[in-house]
Design a protein around this ligand. Structure first.
Ligand code: ADP
Ligand code: MG
Length: 260
C-alpha cells in the first residue's frame, strides 16, 4: 500500500539574522490513506514547521515530501488546515464561513449544493440551528467545531491540525475528540494532528510520532492498536495506560531529561 503522506529524511534550517537555525534533522513520517497520525514533541522542536511542509507552504533544504504520490513543491488546495485559534470571518454567518473553501475550490458548484454539504457537516458536529449566527455569538468549542467543518468541507486529501484543541477547557476538548472520531467514521479522511496532549494523541491516533528536541528527528513511532470504535473509557484501560507511559518516557528523552 502506498502512503498518502511520505516524508523522508527531511532536513531544514531557517535563515535568521543570527545565522542558520536547524529545525529539522532527519524527519521521517509515513501516513497511509485514511489514517490518523498524531505528532507530539517538545515545544519549539519543529512541529508547526512540519505542517507547513505538508501544506507545501515551504520546501525543505533536503529530503522529500510526498503527497498522494506527488512531490510537494508548492501550496495545494487539497489540504485542509485547522489551528488553535479558529480563523472565522466575523462578517459571515457560520454557514457562509463553512462554505468559503467551496467558493474557492468549486466555484461552479450551485449555492444549494454548497449549503447542503455545509449543513451535513454542521449537523454532524451538533451545530445545526447555529448556521445563521456570527462567530462571536458562539462559544470557543462551537467555533472550533465550525472551523473543523470548514477545513473538510471541500473533501481535502488531508486535514492538518496544529494544536486545534489547545485553548479549550478539558471537558470541551474531550467532546471535540469524540466529534472528531464521529466525523472520521462518516468521512474517513487522512489526518495529521499536532498536539501536546498525550491522551489526545492516543485517543485520536492510529499512530503517534514522537519528535526529538530541536533540531527534530523522528524519535519514535507508536502504533495505537486500540479498537476503532473507542470511547473515552478506553484511556483508563491497561493497554492505553501502557502507551501513555511509553509516550511520557519518550517525551522525557526528547526534552533531554531522561536521567542519563
Ligand atoms: P513547534 O511548533 O514545535 O513549537 P516551530 O516549527 O514553530 O516549533 O518552530 C521551530 C523553531 O523554529 C522555533 O525555535 C522557532 O522559533 C523557529 N522558527 C519558526 N518559524 C521560523 C521562521 N519563519 N524563521 C525563523 N525561525 C523560525
Ligand atoms: Mg507550533
Amino acid at each position: 500500500m502506498t502512503n498518502l503522506i511520505d516524508i523522508k529524511g527531511v532536513r531544514h534550517a531557517y535563515r535568521t539574522k543570527a545565522g542558520p537555525l536547524p529545525v529539522l534533522d532527519g524527519l521521517d513520517v509515513a501516513v497511509p490513506e485514511g489514517e490518523f497520525c498524531a505528532v507530539v514533541g517538545p515545544s519549539g522542536c519543529g512541529k508547526s514547521t512540519l505542517t507547513r511542509l505538508i501544506a507545501g507552504l515551504m520546501v525543505p533544504d533536503a529530503g522529500e515530501v510526498w503527497l498522494h504520490g506527488e512531490r510537494v513543491t508548492g501550496p495545494r488546495k487539497t489540504v485542509g488546515m485547522a489551528f488553535q485559534n479558529p480563523v472565522l470571518l466575523e462578517w459571515r454567518t457560520i454557514l457562509d464561513n463553512v462554505i468559503l473553501p467551496l467558493e474557492i475550490v468549486a466555484p461552479r458548484m450551485p449555492r444549494a449544493d454548497r449549503e447542503a454539504r455545509a449543513m451535513t457537516l454542521l449537523k454532524m458536529v451538533g451545530l445545526d440551528g447555529f448556521e445563521g449566527k456570527r462567530p462571536s455569538e458562539l462559544s470557543g468549542g462551537m467555533r472550533q467545531r465550525a472551523s473543523l467543518c470548514r477545513a473538510i468541507v471541500h473533501k481535502p486529501d488531508v486535514l492538518i491540525m496544529d494544536e486545534p484543541f489547545g485553548a479549550l477547557d478539558n471537558f470541551t476538548r474531550e467532546d471535540l475528540w469524540q466529534t472528531m472520531r464521529d466525523l472520521r467514521a462518516a468521512e474517513p479522511f487522512t489526518c495529521v494532528l499536532i498536539t501536546h496532549d498525550l491522551r489526545e494523541s492516543v485517543f485520536l491516533g492510529d499512530q503517534v510520532v514522537v519528535l526529538s528536541g530541536r533540531p527534530a528527528r523522528t524519535q519514535a513511532v507508536l502504533n495505537v492498536d486500540l479498537p476503532a470504535d473507542r470511547t473515552l473509557d478506553i484511556l483508563y484501560e491497561p493497554k492505553a495506560q501502557e502507551m501513555l507511559h511509553y509516550l511520557r518516557d519518550q517525551i522525557r528523552v526528547a526534552q533531554g531529561r531522561d536521567g542519563h
